[in-house]
Design a protein around this ligand. Structure first.
Ligand code: PMP
Length: 316
């Protein structure tokens, strides 16, 4: 198959969660030819189930498949498989306000290769798990450390797509940060070591005088679906939003900093430590802007307000 083109996927089947058979010489195990996605299903108080922008995840997987030289499911195949998996597991979706069902689609080179090359066969799987808050802090502020020694992506690399290897590269930095008591690592760009990129699993926003800034998408950070949604929500609330290079120095006099992602939703940042210096935000409370955006987005995702953006897909 050509990189990123529609794969010839056979109809899938629903099987109990458990080990899968994989060739020891599969592309994914040897050369990291794997992509994943993450999205959530929420249960409304009336029992109906909502997905949030699943077509965005489908499209992002297709973009990633092109970069990783894999065939991809079509948008329709992706969404249909997600829907079927969620409906088959609907008893696992937590009640409204108690969490959500995290959905993990995986696309991998399952065929055998020995010399370095794209795998001859691909497998697409989806598994799900009920989840609560990602950070133990919940909506309480998290503490980040800025890393200028480790980088998660370089220009021309794969940082802009959700490939498995990107996450292998952050494990060590994240472990060191956690051992020092930080919640996670905020990465700087690998060239100037000066501009903010993102956190291990979420995008970052800086608020100053009610202007909301976030690093522009330039191929090294993941184009987060929550990021994109928060930008639109903020614009609709009348905020000025800037996608640009955001210098690490801007953290020093920011009013608020927050992170966005499917898992973390909107996570306020209480402090950032950079080169031994710790800056605190919002007196360790949740900033006004972060709180407002969190409430707007989550009430929409959970179906507690009318879906004025047309972002949710109802399953039943
Ligand atoms: N950056 C990285 C590295 C991530 O893994 C994620 C989670 N998918 C995000 C940002 C946020 O993306 P999204 O809002 O689509 O979950």
């Amino acid at each position: 198959a050509k990189c990123g083109t529609d794969g010839n996927f056979s109809e899938g089947e629903m099987v109990p969660f458990g080990p899968i058979a994989l060739s020891p010489s599969s592309g994914v195990l040897n050369y990291g030819q794997g992509l994943f996605e993450g999205l959530k299903a929420y249960k409304k108080t009336d029992g109906s189930i909502l997905l949030f922008r699943p077509e965005e995840n489908a499209e992002r997987m297709r973009t990633g498949a092109e970069r990783m030289c894999m065939p991809a499911p079509s948008v329709e195949q992706f969404i249909d498989a997600v829907k079927q998996t969620v409906l088959a597991n609907k008893r696992w979706i937590p009640p409204t306000g108690k969490g959500s069902l995290y959905i993990r689609p995986l696309l991998m080179g399952s065929g055998a290769v020995l010399g370095l090359a794209p795998a001859p066969e691909y497998t697409f799987i989806i598994f799900v798990s009920p989840v609560g808050n990602y950070f133990k802090e919940g909506l309480a502020p998290i503490n980040l450390i800025v890393e200028d020694k480790f980088h998660r992506a370089t220009p021309g690399g794969t940082g802009g797509v959700k490939t498995i290897g990107n996450y292998a590269s952050v494990l060590m930095a994240q472990k060191i940060a956690k051992e020092k008591g930080y919640s996670d690592v905020l990465y700087l760009d690998a060239v100037h070591k000066k501009y903010l990129e993102e956190v291990s699993s979420c995008n970052v926003f800086v608020v100053k005088d009610n202007v909301i800034s976030t690093p522009a998408i330039k191929g090294t950070i993941l184009p987060g679906i929550t990021r994109k949604s928060i930008i639109d929500v903020a614009l609709s609330k009348g905020f000025q939003v800037e996608e640009r290079l955001v210098s690490v120095d801007e953290l020093l006099d920011a009013d608020e900093v927050f992170c966005t992602g499917t898992a973390v939703v909107v996570s306020p940042v209480g402090s950032i430590t950079y080169q031994g210096k710790r800056v605190e935000y919002g007196h360790q409370g949740v900033g006004v802007v972060s709180q407002q955006l969190y409430t707007s987005l989550t009430s929409l995702q959970m179906g507690q307000t009318e879906d004025w953006m047309g972002w949710t897909v109802q399953l039943n």
